[in-house]
Ligand binder design. Structure first.
Ligand code: ZN
Length: 308
């Protein structure tokens, strides 16, 4: 079993808690991940809505923590920056990481910052967290919030040119549709579910999902309980979202985006419970090929298309 997970906040959580990536008390660590079939994990940097110079300073601190962890665990963790590293992947249980930035406050109005983050290994970015910034409005600004600014559009075009994965999670609804219009590569929504099943504003409406399918993009389903169901959701309730999205836009558009360490209350105890997924998906009618698509192939296809 091979798995790609499109989002976790483990790096920023561990940086704050001063814990190690190899073994820790959170949802994700390398020891458990290696036993769980994880081949590629997106590792997010997150600083929240702060002024750009402060954001940049904090992002740099987290990047240096990430590089320290790469160095400490160099036999089992590596940084993916080119498609060459995907074909073939290491024979051992080593985990490839894709460095992601959740909210681009750190850019200020300087494209040079994007270039230097790229040099530091960044290959994935979402323009906003829930709050708006110089690039776009976030989903937390309400359903009528505006979309991308002209600076935001410029950044998206540069991301496309450089081969940086664009994340449509957290952005306003208008911003989401702007991304689809400006970015000519498949869009990744790294951690969100279906609004039709759970009314959280971060979840995608049918209209958004349909547009994402037409774009060739994918959505990674989010384990945070509030995004799954109102009362005491379990893993099977999250699989309802997979079934719903697959029925609506096709199984080739569904993947995993746990949000490990992004919230306390999620539907799994941690990464170790991914081992149950093939069986759970099989019980819901997915065949072996489809299970492999959801857990691995769909995400690999998009990463290849964008980085390539
Ligand atoms: Zn998030």
């Amino acid at each position: 079993m091979k798995i790609i997970d499109l989002h976790c906040d483990t790096i920023s959580a561990l940086y704050t808690r001063r814990e190690a990536l190899l073994r820790n008390t959170g949802h994700f660590d390398l020891e458990r991940a290696m036993k769980s079939g994880i081949k590629i994990q997106f590792l997010a940097l997150f600083v929240g809505p702060v002024e750009s110079s402060i954001a940049l300073e904090k992002v740099k601190e987290q990047i240096s923590f990430y590089h320290d962890e790469l160095e400490r665990n160099k036999d089992i963790l590596y940084s993916i920056t080119t498609t060459d590293q995907l074909y073939p992947q290491p024979e051992n249980n080593a985990i490839g990481s894709i460095l992601h930035l959740e909210g681009a406050e750190a850019l200020g109005q300087d494209m040079g910052v994007l270039y230097s983050l790229y040099e530091s290994g960044l290959r994935s970015m979402g323009l906003t967290w829930n709050n708006g910034n110089l690039l776009a409005q976030g989903i937390g600004e309400g359903p009528e919030a505006s979309g991308l600014t002209s600076w935001g559009r410029e950044v998206v075009r540069e991301m496309e040119k450089r081969g940086i994965i664009l994340d449509g999670a957290h952005i306003s609804v208008k911003g989401f549709f702007d991304l689809l219009e400006v970015y000519n590569k498949p869009l990744l929504v790294t951690h969100a579910n279906a609004r039709a099943l759970c009314k959280h504003p971060r979840n995608l409406t049918d209209q958004q999902l349909t547009a994402l399918g037409e774009n060739g993009g994918i959505v990674g389903v989010n384990q945070v309980s509030d995004f799954v169901k109102d009362h005491n959701p379990v893993i099977d309730d999250l699989i309802d979202h997979i079934v719903y999205i697959a029925d609506l836009i096709g199984v080739e558009h569904v993947a995993l985006g746990s949000d490990f360490d992004g919230a306390d209350d999620i539907v799994m105890s941690g990464i170790e419970e991914y081992k149950f997924w093939p069986q759970l998906l099989n019980k819901r009618g997915f065949n072996a090929k489809e299970i492999n698509m959801i857990l691995y192939e769909n995400a690999l296809r998009i990463i290849t298309q964008v980085l390539g």
